[in-house]
Design a protein around this ligand. Structure first.
Ligand code: UD1
Length: 317
């Protein structure tokens, strides 16, 4: 049955893939995006597009003007670095914007909300891989706002005073990568940044010693998880980690990208700078909860995902 879904941030990297899949499944899709890091070029054909901001109630009113079956709330300020440069903007977009979205869901009786949370909520967990029961002690301003927004979503989902319940699900996404990730924005996503650096034949910048590691999850696997959760009552009220359960260091990313683009992986020039504020050291996801609850399994290995992302990057450069 065709449903009507609002994707906030649908002109961005993750949101545009989500919108594209929802359209392919035969749903009606409305996109709200302020084009701060996204681009209208990413908006898939067939989606209704509203340029607007989740901080602005008037823009949300337009997005909620027709009845919605679900909201995929992905719009956000996504850079840890920028959260330190402008903490109030980060707070207004990530927390204020999310509160606006939940309030509009309630006002319009929307039954379902899925939210893009972040592994930055965990801060420096004592043990890895980290599971969803682990206490969240975010160490970056960004992690604080994402975690606060996630709690607003789940406190709203737990309300018993509503005429119509709002069923919510959040995903603590680890490092999502893939086609349409920005190659030219130094504040966003180390995989895209390094692919852009090597394609432009620039040295890479490494903040810290380069041995910090991340769990890289390919965009198609992320979309699979969201779409499966949307349709599954078992996902109501749940928070799921989304990674693949493997750590790759920043050094390993440089080497993999340089080698995949035909260069000597050990010889690509690197410039070292100080570690960035709020940076996490090692992060890997325990994905047992989403496996058990939804039967979700990552399909795309790190090597395959990097190869696909590079094939896309080459085709656009
Ligand atoms: C990323 C996402 C964040 C998301 C989180 C969890 C971005 C910008 N941030 O945070 O939205 O919520 O994962 O999924 O996508 N680094 C370098 N050189 C560079 C760029 C980065 O050494 O040129 C280092 C960083 O200092 C960091 C690591 O690489 O140690 C990863 O950085 P990055 O990809 O920007 O993301 P996270 O901070 O992990």
């Amino acid at each position: 049955m065709t449903k009507r879904v609002l994707v906030t941030g649908g002109a961005g990297f993750i949101g545009s893939h989500m919108a594209q899949r929802l359209l392919a499944l035969g749903h009606d899709v409305v996109i709200l995006d302020n084009e701060s890091t996204g681009s209208v070029d990413n908006v898939p054909a067939g989606a209704a597009y509203i340029k607007g901001d989740v901080r602005e109630p008037a823009d949300l009113a337009r997005a909620f003007a027709q009845p919605l079956d679900a909201v995929f709330h992905i719009a956000g300020q996504a850079s840890t670095v920028r959260s330190f440069d402008d903490p109030l903007a980060d707070l207004a977009i990530n927390v204020g914007g999310t509160v606006n979205v939940t309030q509009h869901c309630l006002a319009h009786g929307v039954p379902r909300l899925l939210f893009a949370s972040s592994m930055t909520a965990y801060g420096h967990p004592a043990g890895l891989p980290v599971d969803e029961e682990t206490a969240c002690v975010p160490v970056s301003y960004y992690g604080i706002t994402k975690y606060a927004a996630e709690r607003y979503v789940h406190a709203t989902g737990a309300r018993t005073d509503l005429a119509r319940p709002l069923h919510v699900t959040s995903f603590r996404m680890f490092n999502v990568y893939g086609p349409r990730q920005r190659l030219d924005n130094p504040y966003q996503g180390v995989m895209g940044i390094f692919i852009g650096n090597v394609l432009r034949e620039e040295p890479v910048n490494i903040f810290g010693d380069g041995e910090q590691s991340r769990d890289f999850v390919y965009i198609d696997d992320v979309v699979n998880a969201w779409v499966t959760a949307w349709q599954s009552p078992a996902a109501h009220g749940q928070v799921f980690n989304l990674g693949i359960g493997q750590g790759h260091s920043v050094h390993a990313v440089v080497q993999t990208v340089a080698a995949a683009l035909g260069h000597d992986p050990a010889a690509w020039p690197r410039r070292y700078g100080p570690e960035r504020p709020g940076d996490q050291r090692h992060m890997t996801a325990d994905i047992g909860h989403i496996r058990r609850t939804l039967g979700w399994e990552p399909q795309v290995s790190f090597a395959e995902g990097v190869a696909r992302t590079i094939a896309w990057a080459r085709s656009t450069n």
